[in-house]
Design a protein around this ligand. Structure first.
Ligand code: YH5
Length: 277
């Protein structure tokens, strides 16, 4: 069970975290507007499709993305979190690295803080600990703007495990408890295709370290490399990676295509049987 503020999440079978981006639509308006209503509708649809968690993000962390200011990030995510909390029993996750956003999101009803910087920003450890929320600690080499320029490791699996164990220890020292922690190897965050494949192949080692494992593989560029498909055409590959991750011990699968992923994981879970712990 994962402690998510006033709620608990059963992880005895793998669950899906649906993705809701609250970032400007650069195609239709040149990047100035975003729609709270459209984001809420999308989140509610993902919950109906069986997502156990809805991940709401106002900062793009894709390769090459520029940072977003605190006020702008608050303006994007807080109204969406409030309205999703009122409209669904799915647990609301906030994708942020900023302590101010963690506090506001928690007050608005979020149950999980998904931090691609693993609480390394000043004040983030204390804000997350005080929130009562669960926290996903993710590994990343470098920063989103530049991380894919030249990823390099002597031993990618060892380095990711050591980094995450260190962030878990820091989080516990700051007052978080083990039942509130999830770890994530950060597929595509400062990693080549070979690094991503090694992490996926050996995900069981990470899963044996203690905290539940979350993975985000949905639509990522490794699928473009493997299949030649554009970002909008990566459903089959994404579902394959979700099943492989679950068989290798992942408990939370972050996905854009929730209905397909939930159905595939239902089948996977029946083969696995109830997962221990
Ligand atoms: C993750 O893995 N990923 S945002 C590039 C794409 C497609 C999708 C080139 N937030 C993760 O989804 N949080 C993101 O096509 C995340 N784990 C956690 N915990 C990147 C993303 C994407 C990037």
């Amino acid at each position: 069970m994962l402690r998510c503020a006033d709620r608990t999440l059963d992880l005895s079978q793998p669950v899906v975290m649906g993705v809701v981006n609250v970032t400007p639509d650069s195609f239709s308006d040149g990047g100035r507007f975003f729609s709270v209503g459209a984001a809420v509708e999308h989140g509610l649809r993902l919950a109906q499709q069986g997502a156990a968690l809805i991940d709401v993000g106002g900062e793009s962390t894709r390769p090459g993305a520029e940072p977003v200011g605190t006020e702008e990030e608050l303006r994007r995510v807080v109204p969406v979190i409030e309205r999703l909390r009122a409209g669904t029993t799915a647990i609301i996750s906030v994708d942020t690295s900023k302590p101010e956003v963690m506090r506001a999101a928690s007050a608005a009803g979020a149950g999980l803080i998904n931090d691609v910087r693993a609480l390394r920003e000043p004040g983030a450890l204390a804000a997350a600990a005080a929130s009562g929320c669960a926290v996903c600690l993710m590994h990343m080499q470098g920063e989103p703007r530049t991380m894919q320029r030249a990823p390099s490791y002597a031993d990618v699996v060892g380095e990711v495990r050591t980094f995450l164990a260190g962030r878990v220890a820091e989080s516990i020292a700051a007052g978080l408890t083990p039942e509130r922690l999830v770890v994530d190897p950060g597929f595509g965050f400062g990693k080549t295709l070979e690094h991503n494949l090694a992490l996926l192949r050996r995900l069981g080692e990470l899963a044996a370290d203690g905290p539940a494992v979350l993975v985000g593989l949905s639509r990522k560029s490794m699928l473009g490399t493997l299949t030649g498909r554009a970002a909008g055409e990566r459903l089959y590959g994404s579902v394959a990676l979700a099943v492989i991750a679950a068989l290798n011990g992942a408990r939370i699968i972050r996905a854009h295509d929730v209905a397909a992923t939930v159905e595939a994981l239902k089948v996977t879970a029946a083969v696995q049987g109830p997962v221990r712990r």
